[in-house]
Design a protein around this ligand. Structure first.
Ligand SMILES: NC(=O)c1ccc[n+]([C@@H]2O[C@H](COP(=O)([O-])OP(=O)(O)OC[C@H]3O[C@@H](n4cnc5c(N)ncnc54)[C@H](OP(=O)(O)O)[C@@H]3O)[C@@H](O)[C@H]2O)c1
Length: 310
């Protein structure tokens, strides 16, 4: 079976298709034929040698990226009762999702419910849990509050807009003009071009700022948070900078690292099945074109999610 690997940190051209042997199956594991793997900014940052992800794998190269997948079960271990061949499964992985086949613990993945497409399931796990945990566990968002979401049209943001609306919040979404109709369709109450200083100045202050851009952008938007309000800054590389800028303003600011929670993921995929949550997949690349997918995610202007097809 083939998998996309990097042998050294570097630009997208470091991603190469390599032949790998599929491991033997333990009693509690399933073998999965990967149909789609989500492509996330963390994949590209780690490939480039940046952030916590690169620190974790720097002594374990070659490494195959891919933290979220969807596929069908090919084979089940002797002790696995919950799955049978051809069942559709999806979920989070510790890496290695850019592979034609995966061998994982049976309880790592979840079944894909009827009514959820393969592509929507593939793009949900990482962005969906980040959006949910950021808004609720870290942000404490309550009905009736105003929340500002930057990068609202991106992978995490487009799900956060819908989840925040579902929680009863008033959603202020930042995006470039080409994404404004998309953001209104997702349910955003106010949509603002983040380059339009006059529109930003006219914006009423918010209770919670869900910062998906970080750095200079995150710091400059802090002035739009009400006195005593909250900030959740999601990009880990610039979190300390945004938190340090928020504290003198009397804001409660926190960074976050999403954690695996399959109960949350089950609720999120149920929302997709019931048409209360939509995963926008803007482009699908063949596995062999992983470098092109990384170049796209590195533009910082991807709408919704992009996937690799196994
Ligand atoms: N800590 C964690 O656990 C965790 C988990 C997931 C993601 N993250 C991080 O969170 C960030 C967002 O992830 P993502 O998957 O949503 O990224 P993404 O899909 O690549 O985000 C793309 C979006 O960013 C928007 N954007 C770019 N520059 C902007 C700016 N200055 N102001 C407002 N919007 C801007 C673009 O909007 P336009 O095209 O409209 O310009 C585009 O829609 C990344 O840094 C990622 O690494 C962290």
């Amino acid at each position: 079976m083939k998998q996309l690997v990097i042998k050294a940190f570097g630009d997208a051209s470091q991603l190469v298709l390599a032949e790998a042997s599929s491991p033997a199956l333990a009693a509690d594991q399933i073998r999965v034929q990967m149909h789609y793997a989500g492509v996330n900014p963390v994949d590209a940052k780690t490939r480039a040698g940046l952030g916590w992800g690169a620190q974790a794998i720097k002594d374990k190269l070659p490494w195959s990226p891919g933290f979220e997948v969807m596929g069908t079960v090919l084979e089940v271990g002797a002790d696995v009762g919950d799955y049978a061949p051809s069942d559709r499964v999806f979920g989070l992985l510790p890496g290695g999702g850019y592979s034609e086949q995966l061998v994982v613990s049976a309880d790592a993945l979840l079944p894909v419910p009827a009514g959820v497409t393969d592509k929507m399931a593939a793009g949900l796990s990482l962005a969906g849990t980040t959006a949910w945990q950021g808004l609720t566990e870290h942000g404490g968002l309550k009905a009736g509050e105003r929340v500002l979401i930057s990068a609202a049209a991106g992978g995490v943001g487009h799900l956060a807009v819908q989840l925040a609306k579902g929680l009863g919040a008033t959603v202020v979404a930042l995006g470039s003009p080409g994404n404004h109709d998309f953001l209104h369709d997702l349910g955003a109450d106010e949509v603002i071009d983040y380059r339009d200083e006059a529109a930003l100045t006219a914006m009423a202050p918010v209770d919670l700022f869900f910062d998906l851009v970080g750095g200079t952008s995150g710091c400059s938007l802090l002035s739009h948070v009400k006195s005593g309000g909250r900030v959740v800054t999601v990009p880990t590389i610039t979190a300390d900078e945004v938190i340090a800028a928020a504290q003198p303003l009397g804001l409660t600011a926190t960074g976050m690292l999403k954690h695996q929670d399959n109960q949350q993921l089950a609720l999120l995929v149920k929302a997709v099945a019931e048409r209360r949550l939509r995963v926008e997949v803007s482009h699908v690349y063949p596995l062999a074109e992983g470098a092109a997918a990384h170049r796209q995610i590195e533009t910082g202007h991807t709408r919704g999610k992009i996937l690799l097809q196994g």
